[in-house]
Design a protein. Structure first.
Length: 98
């Protein structure tokens, strides 16, 4: 457990794996879409594609934290924990609100 407290990038990578798994599962559902109406144009985006984009962003964030750890840049612990918890706990809100 000490390893996960020191290496926050594991949280982002695990979350990305979960999101990719959910996006593969959601590809089977045709009605899982987000409709955005701008004037007279509809933009229809499948939830699986949104999940894949968010997973890519989490992988990118994990690599940024890994890079900081690799080159020994000290981060503020409280801000790192706050950023990690807000970033990881925000994606269930997407499913609750949509």
């Amino acid at each position: 457990m000490k390893l996960l407290k020191q290496n926050v990038y594991y949280y982002f990578w695990i979350t990305a794996i979960v999101l990719i798994s959910l996006s593969i599962y959601w590809l089977n559902f045709e009605d899982a879409v987000l409709d955005i109406n701008v004037h007279d144009t509809y933009f229809v985006i499948h939830h699986a594609h949104i999940l894949q984009l968010i997973a890519f962003l989490y992988i990118l964030l994990g690599f940024i934290y890994w890079f900081f750890k690799r080159i020994n840049i000290k981060l503020i612990k409280a801000l790192t924990q706050l950023h990690t918890s807000i970033s990881i706990l925000i994606f269930p809100l997407y499913f609750i609100c949509s």
